[in-house]
Design a protein around this ligand. Sequence first.
Ligand SMILES: Nc1nc2c(c(=O)[nH]1)N[C@H]1C(S)=C(S)[C@@H](COP(=O)(O)O)O[C@H]1N2
Ligand SMILES: [Mo]
Length: 252
Amino acid sequence: MNKLSRRKLIAAGLGTVAGASGLAVADGLAKHYGLIPPDGSGLYGPGETLTYAAQRVLTRHSLAREFAPSQISKAPFANEVAPLGDTFKRLEDGGFADWRLAVDGLVARPGAISLTEIKSYPQSDHITHIACEEGWSYIAQWTGVRLSHILHLVGTLPQARYVVYRSIQTDWWESIDMADALHPQTLLSYGMNGADMPVAFGGSLRLRVSRQLAYKSVKYITSLTVTDSLKGFGKGLGSASPEGGYAWYAGI
Ligand SMILES: Nc1nc2c(c(=O)[nH]1)N[C@H]1C(S)=C(S)[C@@H](COP(=O)(O)O)O[C@H]1N2
Ligand SMILES: [Mo]
């Protein structure tokens, strides 16, 4: 599908949501481009585009629902992960003291940040619901530093549109747009339910993306890349998920 017809499609979809008078506004917004997801050109592309565009226009600043401490799930379910390997084991044995988060791409000050430094930054927490696309879910308290804090520290350049994030498990990598990256509930999380993040849940460092399905909350985060385009990453669909048949944008 070419850019023009995609744009018309977005305008029509948003027009339906916003009412006929919203059509011109919607078309203008779609022209701005941020409304076409990286996996928006495949078989399910038109659907993904409408979902993403409508959510971005309507819910850009909304918060994921937060719960009371009494609602925290007593037995949260940790999805099994593939064996973590020798490098992880060595880092775990050292209490993750040598865990590093590399940050590069469109930033003024690229570098590597230690877990100790990350823990010294202003701490945020929230109690939110995390849901796997396969059906289970739980409520937990997540503690960490806002991703926005890290992005401000390294000096994100104005062209930045996405943040790519990777796990020590190299087949797990994802990206989010700046609306989610700068969102106050998006945390580089090292604590869960008042304790250190258990390894099964992504310790030492998990990116908790609270407004999307659980598969966007990647465990064992080792690096971030700030970029203006996702074309050069993997197959150019934005993350590993669309390469495996899941939507890049998994908003809830
Ligand atoms: N590194 C890594 N991150 C991951 C996964 C994984 O296997 N490896 N699984 C994802 C999927 S599909 C889900 S549903 C959630 C599971 O989170 P939970 O173990 O807290 O339930 O983690 C996501 N993050
Ligand atoms: Mo999942």
